[in-house]
Design a protein around this ligand. Structure first.
Ligand code: FMN
Length: 134
């Protein structure tokens, strides 16, 4: 393990929440849901690695996740973006998250179709291995 892991995510209909849960169970990281206003019940200063999970809304992150990143200082931390989507894939999700984390090391991101989340565990594990966090 490379440091303490937080999985911060927003989910409206549960797909991204399920994906966050898989990442949590594979990495042993803590889970924290991002509220509509961007707040989370977690002390960010405790964590070295922060996964950021969001549904793809209109080709980018949801407003809740944008609010969270705008209000948070992730300087010096490692960030790993992930998303669920309808069919568009990441589109601008990862690049827009990266813009809001100018002083973080942003790892390769991961995307899965919302309807395929239940069968995505192997893909999740392959991604985590690829980014060195499994
Ligand atoms: C307001 C809104 C906008 C969306 N825009 C996109 C989009 O641009 N591209 C895409 O692939 N999916 C889009 N979707 C589909 C969601 O990304 C997808 O259903 C996702 O898995 C929902 O995640 P959740 O269950 O965690 O809320 C949109 C869904 C909503 C509700």
């Amino acid at each position: 393990m490379k440091g303490k892991i937080l999985i911060a995510y927003f989910s409206q209909t549960g797909n991204t929440k399920k994906l966050a849960g898989m990442i949590g169970s594979e990495t042993g990281g803590d889970l924290a849901e991002i509220a509509e206003n961007g707040s989370i019940k977690a002390d960010l200063s405790q964590y070295d690695i922060v996964f950021i999970g969001t549904p793809n809304w209109a080709a980018t992150m949801t407003p809740a996740v944008r609010n969270f990143l705008s209000a948070s200082d992730l300087s010096g931390k490692t960030v790993a973006p992930f998303c669920t989507h309808g069919m568009g894939g990441l589109q601008n999700v990862a690049s827009d998250i990266e813009k809001l984390c100018p002083n973080s090391k942003v790892l390769k991101s991961f995307a899965v179709k919302g309807v395929e989340v239940d069968s995505a565990r192997d893909k999740v594990k392959a991604w985590l291995a690829d980014i060195g966090l499994l």
